[in-house]
Ligand binder design. Structure first.
Ligand SMILES: [Fe+2]
Length: 316
């Protein structure tokens, strides 16, 4: 997909829009490094390193293409929610996005990310799109199977589609493969987590205006806690009021960053909420940096991420 320069005044991790100090109102995200999973043997790695280094004459390029993409970070945070039912207090949500399973390395990375998240024993899992970039009939079976170990989360594993799942040419195939391995695919649909008293609302992708929030909300009572899954984080500014927390991906955190600076280049519809927990106009937005990459397939100062968000009952 085309990338465009970020003209907006975004910050990299936590911002809010009313100029209050975000640290006063938003919880802190803790990030832990995890053990990188080798994607090849040492000889293959050295060969790749050499080829990459020779091709670019820049050690940083080799680092960005061979090292950092495999250093998946675990982000954990508590998110206080006003009016959260007592049954949902402490609910731990695993969030994974943008695996872009286009080649064996990406599939292996997705499998490793799923294993890392499963080790955290989340109560429920959310996938927020972009399982493949192209060739869904070739790539999606392996992508779904790489993620399948998360399908037995105690309160379910819910998935939505991203723009690349559509642009790959067959979003219905992407959805059917996810369903085949046990995920609940929400395409402008809702699901009630009865034992926790909360709703999960899943929209289709915003880039091509496939989202239909009215359709998704048609069976949802008004005064309930609603969690929104939508691939593009900036949809938050269009969403109707009434959601407690939004989960998104799409930005990849920018993939290539300058340390200490916000993302320079992020895709359309992820410029206002490119990463982390931010206060939107009507609700909180959590944007993960995701696991995979689009071309150029490099990450620099922007490691891949899986996240666990724990909902807590806000005191006021
Ligand atoms: Fe995307």
């Amino acid at each position: 997909m085309p990338l465009a320069c970020d003209e907006h005044n975004t910050t990299s991790v936590i911002t809010n829009m009313d100029n209050t100090n975000p640290a006063e109102i938003l919880p802190t995200i803790t990030e832990e490094p995890t053990t990188p999973k080798p994607v090849s043997n040492r000889r293959q790695f050295l060969k790749r390193l050499l080829l990459s280094g020779l091709a670019s004459s820049l050690p940083a390029s080799a680092y960005a293409s061979l090292f950092e993409p495999n250093y998946i970070r675990l982000a954990t945070l508590d998110v206080p929610i006003r009016g959260l039912p007592s049954e949902a207090d402490g609910l731990r949500i695993g969030h994974l996005s943008d695996v872009h399973c286009d080649d064996p390395r990406a599939i292996e990375r997705a499998r490793h990310a799923a294993e890392l998240l499963r080790e955290q024993k989340p109560d429920i899992v959310f996938f927020t799109g972009d399982y493949v970039t192209h060739d869904p009939h070739h790539n999606m079976t392996a992508a779904a199977e790489a993620l399948a170990i998360l399908s037995d989360a105690p309160h379910g594993a819910f998935a939505i589609l991203g723009n690349h799942d559509w642009w790959s040419g067959d979003p219905d195939h992407v959805a059917s493969e996810l369903t085949r391995v046990g995920f609940h695919v929400l395409r402008n649909q809702s699901a009630f987590i009865q034992s926790k008293g909360i709703w999960v609302i899943g929209l289709d992708q915003r880039c091509d205006s496939k989202q239909d929030v009215s359709q998704a909300l048609k069976d949802v009572p008004k005064d309930t806690i609603k969690l929104l899954l939508v691939h593009e984080p900036d949809y938050a500014d269009e969403a109707p009021a009434g959601f407690a927390l939004q989960f998104s991906g799409h930005s990849h955190g920018g993939q290539v960053r300058i340390p200490g600076f916000p993302p320079i280049i992020v895709p359309t519809y992820s410029r206002r909420y490119p990463e982390g927990l931010q206060q939107g106009q009507n609700h909180l937005v959590y944007t993960t940096r995701g696991v995979g990459m689009i071309s150029p397939k490099v990450r620099f100062c922007c490691p891949p991420e899986v996240a666990v968000l724990r909902l807590t009952k806000a005191s006021i």
